[in-house]
Design a protein around this ligand. Structure first.
Ligand SMILES: Nc1ncnc2c1ncn2[C@@H]1O[C@H](COP(=O)(O)OP(=O)(O)OP(=O)(O)O)[C@@H](O)[C@H]1O
Ligand SMILES: [Mg+2]
Length: 312
């Protein structure tokens, strides 16, 4: 079956800890209310949820020869993601891991990159990648080895007729550069959140950031958490207010939004329709733990979309 979307990126689990004390004290044992070990990483959450929505997705990635890698492969495989181009590292590096301390008002995110820093040009089977209709890449700043080659990959994808999308997520080094400006001209849909948009555009003003970014990529879509999202290109602007839901956490809401948006984009939908689907997918992901637990409940997913496509 030909691929609709090829996702180049990282695969690792999230360990999410709930019910932490307000302040952690050194040397003292603190009890917490609960935890969830689940599929994490922006690229893998995007691939998983997009596949569940019914788009054919394959991943190009590297995992470690360990049980964390096997667990993630099982989750992705069960969602129907093609993993034929996910390799297992022979260097001894382990699959990465993200630990999230989920406080109600804020969260701390600790990532051990593991094999994610190893993913390199040598892992890119271009025939496989360009057999898809669309290329997506997430976590730009975490891909230390691959990063210098991402602009060429996107340029070639455009030459081969693919559409492209990029979600950088956070830059742990706080530099917001590293060649990103060479990639953006080859990005059809750029998916920053509010903070990322202003950091990358180099301004504190969101409107100015959206304006600047919409001049370098074809469509910029800024995710605004509870407030929804804004899309803008040279010919117009589209907005969508968020949906009120009872959220467990917002881990992976951005990646779920991206998945909903791209699912409809590849069906030829308008930017407003893509925003609507992205917003519903983002909100749905928050009603269960982590980025993909809600999407594993396919009946719940159908009900949620049916209800919100009608009433919002
Ligand atoms: N608590 C919430 N309730 C309803 N919808 C939400 C909530 N949080 C996020 N969303 C939806 O999901 C979208 C993406 O969420 P968010 O703005 O948190 O992205 P992000 O910062 O990229 O997330 P991530 O942490 O996955 O990188 C929002 O634009 C909105 O549509
Ligand atoms: Mg994000």
């Amino acid at each position: 079956m030909p691929l609709d979307v090829c996702v180049v990126g990282e695969i690792n689990p999230d360990l999410i800890l709930y019910g932490l004390p307000e302040q952690l004290k050194p040397e003292e044992e603190s009890l917490i209310n609960g935890f969830r070990l689940t599929l994490g990483s922006s690229s893998a959450i995007f691939a998983h949820n997009l596949s569940v929505l019914g788009t054919r997705v394959g991943m190009v990635s590297r995992i470690g020869a360990d049980s964390l890698g096997t667990m993630c492969s099982d989750w992705l495989g069960n969602a129907g993601v093609d993993l034929t181009h996910v390799s297992t590292s022979s260097s001894g590096a382990s699959t990465g891991l993200t630990v999230i301390l989920a406080h109600p008002e804020h969260r701390f995110i600790l990532t051990y990159p593991g094999t994610m820093s190893e993913l390199s040009c040598a892992d890119l089977n271009l025939d496989y990648i360009f057999s898809a209709r669309h290329l997506h890449l997430s976590s730009y700043f975490l891909h230390k080895s691959l990063r210098p080659h991402i602009a060429d990959l996107f340029r070639e994808a455009k030459e081969k007729g693919l559409s492209t999308s990029l979600d950088t997520n956070d830059d742990p080094e706080g530099k917001w550069g590293n060649g990103l400006k060479n990639v953006l001209p080859f990005v059809d849909i750029f998916f920053p959140n509010e903070r990322e948009a202003t950091k990358i555009a180099g301004t504190d003003d969101l409107e100015e950031a959206i304006d600047k970014l919409s001049q370098v990529c074809r469509l910029v879509v800024v995710k605004l958490g509870l407030k929804g999202a804004i899309a803008r290109n040279a010919s117009g602007e589209w907005r969508r207010n968020g949906i009120r839901v009872k959220s467990v956490d917002s881990v992976g809401a951005g990646d779920s939004f991206d998945a909903g948006f791209i699912h409809r984009f590849l069906q030829g939908a308008t930017p407003q329709e893509c925003l609507e689907y992205g917003d519903i997918a983002g909100a749905y992901s928050t009603i269960r733990e982590g980025g993909t637990e809600a999407f594993r409940d396919r009946a719940g997913l159908e009900r949620f979309f049916r209800e919100h496509l009608k009433t919002h």
